[in-house]
Design a protein around this ligand. Sequence first.
Ligand code: GLV
Length: 316
Amino acid sequence: MRAAALPRVLVAAELRGLLPEEPFPGHEVVWVRAQEPTPRGDFVAMVSILQRRIGEEELAGLPNLRVLALCAVGYDSVDLEAAARRGIPVTNTPGVLTESTADLAWALILAVARRLKEGQEMIARGEWTGWGPTQLLGMELAGSTLGIVGAGRIGRAVGRRAVGFGMRIVYTDAEPQPAFEEATGAGRLDLSHLLAESDVVTVHVPSAPETRGLFDRARFSLMKPGALFVNTSRGDVVEEAALLEALEDGTLGGAGLDVFSREPHVPPELVAHPRVVCIPHLGSATTQTRRAMAELAVGNARAVLEGRGPITPVGA
Ligand code: GLV
């Protein structure tokens, strides 16, 4: 008699190095790369990364799917309504990437405030002739105002770090954050006032219909002349043409960008701009965090398969 086939699980092949040899005991794992189309078939669970878009069509090809576990905190890669119509829980990886992403936002704030790219390029071009009292003067962060757009876990972690830099902190959020205010002295403002008062604006909102294109020409025009703009959330929250315009006309003094609206495409004008630091979506890219994300994603899928219910369902 032939042994019964094991239930099959689809797992993003990019996660392989972060996971144990057999992440789903008692199951057959089929590894799939983001460049390959989403396989169709009798898979009972899927662990996916944000490059793969999963909508009605992909879900229709996976009629036995019991859980879709994302290895990401953002879930804009999935059509949640389509998943809900099919009764498929979607999970993400909140919490485990908060600190690494906040660190990365700070890496960008510091790099842009202190003009590191221009300094490095000056050396690379052989143009540095020695210390100069007025050379590449940047923004003094102590005493400046940091505007946090979206005070969720990551936004608040960025704010906590700002206390150590001696910054005044303001934030926008749908809900007041009293514990955060108490810990940091932060004040809640509406977006227009935050933009008018901030020397550095850092964005931590998810991609959603109400945030897409949030930073357009009108919003940039509200910012202080020479203010800095940092985005580690999602690229489509920003109209990149408007961002470039704001950099060109001096509204913005610089930008630090970890995310782009059509990744992996990065507008060449942004890459070439001396006051813009572009990095390739590295927010959560530390070994510890990426391991924790992969483990949580697998943990979510296993929890559902074992009848325990998801650990971190989206929207909970
Ligand atoms: C990365 O961008 C994530 O959503 O985890």
